[in-house]
Each structure stands twice: as C-alpha cells, then as structure tokens.
Design a protein around this ligand. Sequence first.
Ligand code: GLN
Length: 397
Amino acid sequence: MTRPQPLARLNPIYTAMPVTVFEHMSGLARSLGAINLGQGFPDSPPPAALTAAAVRAMAERSQQYPPSAGVPELRDAVAAFYDRTQGLALTRESVIVTSGATEAIAAAILAVVGPNDQAPGSEILLLAPAYDAYAPLVRRAGGVPVFVPLAPPGWHYDEAAIRAAITPRTRAMIVNDPLNPTGSVASPDELALLARLCTDHDLIAICDEVWEAVRFDGCTHRSLLAQPGMAARAIKIGSAGKIFGATGWKVGWMVADAAMAAVLAKAHQFLTFTTPPMLQYAAAEGLADPAITAALHAEWSTSRRVLIEGLAREGFAVLESAATWFACIDLAASGIALSDRSFSERAVREAGVASIPLSALWEGDGGLETIVRLCHCKPPTMLEDAVTRLSRWRAGL
Ligand code: GLN
C-alpha cells in the first residue's frame, strides 16, 4: 500500500507557488527589523475621523451580514465621490462593494473569463509590469494571460504592440492606471487609444484604478470608463484602503454599467459574499468628506518629496512618476551592478531596507531586471534614515 500523501492531493498550482513578493519582503523586514519600503502601506494611523466613524458604526449599527452588493450608504457614497472627483454620473446600481480591490479583481476576472466560441480559453491582455495577482487569477479562472511589456522610462502604451497581441480569443484587458509599481499615468491620448482598442475588438476593460486618489504634481485622474464607448464595457475598481491609507480595511468596489454590475455581483457573492458593514459605513462617511482625502494627500506629497529628493541627492537614479505610493530606482543608471532581485534580497539584510524588485511583477519576454520599487508613504525621518542606509551600503558594494 502506498503511503497516503495528503499534500499531493492539493492543487499543484498552489503547492508550487511561491508566497507573494510583498509577503516575502514584509516577512524579511519584520524578522530582520529592517525599514519596510517594500509592501505599500502607510505607517501612520488612518485619519482619526475615519477610525471614529468605524468605532461608532461598530457600536451603533449592524455587525450582521449586510446586503451582498454593499450597504446602500456606501454604494451611494462611491457614486457621489466619483461624480464629485471624476465627473462620472453613476447610481448605486453601478456599485458592487467587495472585500478589498483584490477581491474585486478576482470577481471581475471570474465574471469575464470563460469558454470562448473560437478557441478554448479566454485570453486576457496584461500590460507588464502587472500586479502579481492578475495572471494567477486569470489562470485559475481558466483563461490565458497574455503579457504586453511596457518600457521605461515612460511606460507608454504602444498601439502596435497591443494590437499584435490581440487575437479572436482576446476577451479583456486589465488596465492599471495609475500603474503600480511604476507610478506612471496614462496620458489622455493613451486613454483614448485603449478605449479605441477595446471598442474595435469588443473587449472588456478591467480598470484597476485603486491609485486614482494618489496622484501628485497637480495631475488629476481620468477614468477609462469615461472614454467614448466605454461606459458599458469597463469595470472600474477602487479601494478605500488606498484612498484613506487604511490598507488593512479591505474595502473595495467594482463600478460598471448597471446590467454588468448585476452580473459582477454574482461572481462576488461566491467569493466573500459581503464585507464588514461597520467598515462600509465608515468608508461612506469618509468619502463624503473632502477634507479627509485632502489632508492625506498633503501628507503623502511631503513624504514623497523627501524620498525622491533624498535618493537623488545620494546619486540614485529615480524614474519619473506622478502617482501611487512608490518611487522606482534604476539600478544600472545608479551605477549599481546588481539585478533587482539580488539588490532587494541583499539590501533588506545588509542595509536594513526592504524594497520590491520589479521583475517580480513580470512574466515572459521583455522583463527588466534593473529596477526596484520603494514605498514613500512613511514618516520623513524613516525615509531619511532609509536613504542614508542605502547610500552607505552602496558605497561598500
Ligand atoms: N498593493 C500592495 C503593494 O503594491 C501590495 C498588496 C499585497 O501585499 N498583496 O505594495
């Protein structure tokens, strides 16, 4: 009789899969006591008004299952927030609340990917570097991720390259704008191009816009959903965690044309089904108060400048960026002859600073191995300390 091997009965995709680069680097930072500029999260607590709203909602409102699509207050607040900040005319029927944007991405992918008339498997275009959850989720849904590499320093969308990747099996593209990890932002022309590609080829756009409120230097957010022809074919994903600097809240949402939102809600109902109601009520209050987001934005603008200017002063080549909590360093241009992965693995141990290697967010051809990402939504003194540590360490390489 063969020995029972329960582990061998598990899905080999997960048996063989490494933990995410974010978990890996945060784990190293915790165990080594390093400054964690890897995984993106602020160190300061979320705005006091938001915490107070959550505590109040916990004490005074329901802690039982809310409606699967979200409490009406939050669905209305998301619609009103997008009307106020992005000029989108939406109603609550268009908003499905999820347990974080990652669940929204999963639900959107599950709702889109499926058997295709022309060939087995739906192809989903991913523009690389791409958030690490996209490709595994596409595969788990039965689809095939097709990577189209973007190139530094601008990370621009190349029409010929995207058209060349589109086949009769292509169902959708995932567009992360602003783009994590690069902090780059699609230009109006690029948004028009992406919309044209979607309408020409009858594609759904899964728009991961979680960084929409984290934009700097006066650059405002434009949603792909607002482009001509996109209202009925875009699924716009947002995140209270990013908007309020409260990443552990795991409150996100999908926004789509009401008919499409009703289908998305069915994919969501068998993932997490609902999201903690007290956090939903608090997020609704926060979205209605522009002073909360303005204060956070001012804080993040300051810390961003501290990191970018500090790195530049110490001779690190920082790539241009206009959004997100991240700045990227070009190692080769900084005179550092290490691959991004060995930089990140060594810097956390030897310099005491955690970072994210960009190649961890890349599969297939065209991968770059000379860029690392650093998170800047941290106290300025911590960022100064990190720059000093990196600079001293580099001098001894
Ligand atoms: N979005 C976060 C980042 O880019 C990571 C989230 C996670 O750890 N899964 O840093």
